[in-house]
Design a protein around this ligand. Structure first.
Ligand SMILES: [Zn+2]
Length: 148
């Protein structure tokens, strides 16, 4: 069964809890800014990730990217829901790079839920976070590249 983007209240609660649990495993000794993420794939499976900082700072990995790696290795090809959990005055939304990484496996209608340890702070979509985005469909629309 392939799931379309969309999320029940129960699924949202589950994804938020998975992201909160993942956040507790973040490796963030430099910024102390721990982030957790949970991605649901087209089969309803949930993949967790946490940010992984590195002493060579640019080598660090965002929570969403870590979760995406799990999704792809598990055989997922589409993201049907994304949750990010972090603590801050403003909701901890995916960074620009992660918005693009999510776009590779999702459409504009992807639900993106942003929460902290207490509550959901923001319910939005990838299209709202990354309007007029560039994605795989652009490359497939290039004459001569059909089926690539
Ligand atoms: Zn990021």
């Amino acid at each position: 069964m392939q799931l379309e983007p969309g999320l029940s209240a129960e699924q949202e609660r589950h994804l938020v809890q998975v992201a909160r649990d993942a956040r507790l495993r973040a490796h963030a000794p430099y910024s102390h800014f721990a982030v957790g993420a949970a991605l649901m794939d087209e089969h309803g499976r949930v993949h967790a990730g946490a940010n992984i900082e590195n002493a060579a700072y640019p080598q660090g990995l965002c929570a969403e990217a870590a979760a995406l790696a799990h999704l792809v290795v598990a055989g997922g090809t589409r993201i049907t829901a994304a949750v990010v959990v972090g603590e801050g005055r403003a909701p901890v939304t995916p960074c620009g790079g992660c918005r693009q990484k999510l776009r590779e496996f999702a459409r504009d209608d992807l639900p993106v839920i942003v929460a902290d340890g207490r509550e959901v702070r923001l319910r939005t979509t990838l299209g709202a976070l990354l309007p007029h985005s560039f994605g795989p469909d652009h490359l497939h629309a290039v004459p001569g590249r059909e089926g690539v």
